[in-house]
Design a binder for this molecule. Structure first.
Ligand code: ADP
Ligand code: MG
Length: 419
C-alpha cells in the first residue's frame, strides 16, 4: 500500500501501473492535491477517476467519493482492492453490520477511499462520522445529477451543497461527462463551486462514427446493420419502452444474435446478471432502455444503436459515448422517423410537472431534431451544441461520408415543425 509522502507521479506508476498522465489529468491532480476545488468536464472514458483517486492517496485522510452508481460500487471497490488501495463503500445494499465495519475502518484511518451513495448524506449520522474522522477530499462523481437542466437529476445530490459550509478546508472535485454549458453553470452554482477552477477537455470522440438513417422497418434495419457491420461485436441497442426492449431482444435472438434485455421493469437480480454477462463475456448485445449504461466501463463496445429518438442531444451524446472507450473505430447508429417526434411531443404535453419543465423538455427535443435534420457535418453540430468549435467535414459521420441530397423525411419534418 502506498501511503502519504508519495508524489502523484509515483502513485500513478506504483499503484495504477501507468507511465504517464492523460490529457489534463496531471494539472487536475496537482490542483486538488494542493487543496483546491475543481470542476472537471471530460468525456466518458477519458479517465476522470484518477483525478480524485490519486489526490486521495497522496493527501492525508480518506477520500469521500459520492456516486449514484450503487450497482457498480462493489466492482469499483474490488478493482481498487486488487491494486492494494484500501477502499470501502456505504450504501443501502448493505446490512447495518457491514456498514459498521466500514465506518470503523473510516474512523481508524484504515481507508484511502470511501464510496458513498448520495442519500447517505441526508443522514446526520453520516455527517457526524465525517466530523470524527479525517476527510482528504470530497469527490462528486456524475456531478450533473445535481442539475435540473440535464436528464439525470437526483434530488439527493442537492444535499451536497452543504459540504463546503461544514468542511470549508476540505477540497472538492466535481466530475461529469456532461458537455452542456448550461449544466456546467448549474453544477457550479448548486455545489457552491464558484471559485473552483474549471478543467474542460474536448468532448470530441473522433473514433465514433455518427450515422442517422430514416426509420422505416427499424428492427429489420438494425439486423442488417449488425450483420453487415458488426457481426460478433459487443454493443448496446437503446429503445424507448420496456416492451420494445423485450421485443427487440427476442427478435435479435430469433435471428441468431445473442441479445440480453435490460430495463427497470426486470427484477434487480436479472438486471445485475445481464449487466455482469455483458461486461464479462465477449460479443453480447444489450438491448436496453436508458436505465442502462451510466458508469459502465466496458472498453470494447463497438456500436450503440438507437431504435427510437433520444429525448435530448445530451442523452444522445452520453449514450453514444459508451461506444469505443478503447479508442478503436465504433459506430453510433440511429433510426429516426417522424412518428417518434409525434410520440415524444405527446409525451411532453401530458407529462407531469410544471410548464417550465415542459418547455425544457420541448427545447431538448428540438435540439435533437435539429441534429437529425442537419445536412452538414453531424460532429460539428453535436460539438457546437456543447459550445465547442469544430471545423466540420469530419469525414466520419454519414453527412460527410455521403452528403445527402435530402430525403423525404426532411421536408415532412419541416412541415411538422412549422405547425
Ligand atoms: P471516466 O470516468 O472519465 O469515464 P475512467 O476513470 O473510468 O473514465 O477511465 C477509463 C479508462 O481509462 C480506465 O480503464 C482507466 O484505467 C484508463 N486510464 C485512465 N487514466 C489513464 C492513464 N493516465 N493511462 C492509461 N490508462 C488510463
Ligand atoms: Mg467515471
Amino acid at each position: 500500500v502506498v501511503r502519504s509522502a508519495s508524489t502523484p507521479a509515483e502513485v500513478l506508476r506504483r499503484v495504477f501501473g501507468y507511465d504517464s498522465f492523460r490529457g489534463n489529468q496531471q494539472d487536475i491532480v496537482e490542483h486538488v492535491t494542493a487543496g483546491n476545488d475543481a470542476l472537471v468536464l471530460m468525456p466518458t472514458g477519458a479517465g476522470k477517476s484518477l483525478c480524485y483517486q490519486i489526490p486521495a492517496l497522496v493527501r492525508k485522510g480518506v477520500g469521500i467519493v459520492v456516486s449514484p452508481l450503487i450497482a457498480l460500487m462493489q466492482d469499483q471497490v474490488d478493482a481498487l482492492t486488487a491494486l492494494g488501495v484500501r477502499a470501502g463503500f456505504l450504501n443501502s445494499t448493505q446490512d447495518p453490520d457491514e456498514r459498521r465495519l466500514v465506518e470503523y475502518a473510516f474512523l481508524n484511518n484504515e481507508l484511502d477511499l470511501l464510496y458513498l451513495a448520495p442519500e447517505r448524506l441526508r443522514l446526520d449520522s453520516t455527517l457526524r462520522l465525517f466530523d470524527q474522522g479525517e476527510v482528504a477530499l470530497f469527490a462528486i462523481d456524475e456531478a450533473h445529477c445535481v442539475a435540473q437542466w440535464g436528464h439525470d437529476f437526483r434530488p439527493d445530490y442537492l444535499a451536497l451543497s452543504t459540504l463546503h459550509e461544514r468542511w470549508p478546508r476540505v477540497p472538492r472535485i466535481a466530475l461529469t461527462a456532461t458537455a452542456n454549458p448550461a449544466t456546467h453553470a448549474e453544477i457550479a452554482a448548486r455545489l457552491n463551486l464558484e471559485n473552483a477552477r474549471h478543467f474542460v477537455a474536448s468532448f470530441d470522440r473522433p473514433n465514433i462514427q455518427y450515422r442517422i438513417v430514416p426509420k422505416n422497418d427499424p428492427k429489420r434495419q438494425l439486423l442488417d446493420f449488425l450483420r453487415t457491420e458488426h457481426p460478433g461485436d459487443a454493443g448496446i441497442v437503446y429503445c424507448l419502452s420496456r416492451a420494445s426492449v423485450e421485443k427487440t431482444a427476442e427478435f435479435l435472438r430469433d435471428n441468431g444474435i445473442e441479445a440480453l434485455p435490460y430495463h427497470a421493469g426486470l427484477d434487480a437480480r436479472t438486471r445485475a446478471a445481464n449487466q455482469a454477462r455483458f461486461l464479462r463475456e465477449d460479443g453480447l448485445v444489450m438491448v436496453a432502455t436508458i436505465a442502462f449504461g451510466m458508469g459502465i466501463d466496458k472498453p470494447d463496445v463497438r456500436f450503440v444503436a438507437h431504435l427510437d429518438l433520444p429525448k435530448s442531444v445530451e442523452g444522445y451524446y452520453q449514450e453514444t459515448g459508451r461506444a469505443g472507450r478503447d479508442g478503436l473505430p465504433s459506430t453510433a447508429w440511429l433510426a429516426y422517423g417522424l412518428q417518434d417526434v409525434v410520440q415524444q411531443r405527446k409525451m411532453i404535453d401530458t407529462s407531469e410537472g410544471d410548464d417550465a419543465h415542459r418547455r425544457r423538455l420541448a427545447a431538448h427535443l428540438d435540439t435533437m431534431l435539429a441534429l437529425c435534420e442537419t445536412v452538414e457535418c453531424r460532429r460539428q453540430r453535436l460539438l457546437a451544441y456543447f459550445g465547442e468549435e469544430h471545423p466540420g467535414r469530419c469525414g466520419n459521420c454519414d453527412t460527410c461520408l455521403s452528403p445527402p441530397e435530402s430525403w423525404d423525411g426532411t421536408i415532412a419534418a419541416q412541415k411538422l415543425l412549422s405547425t
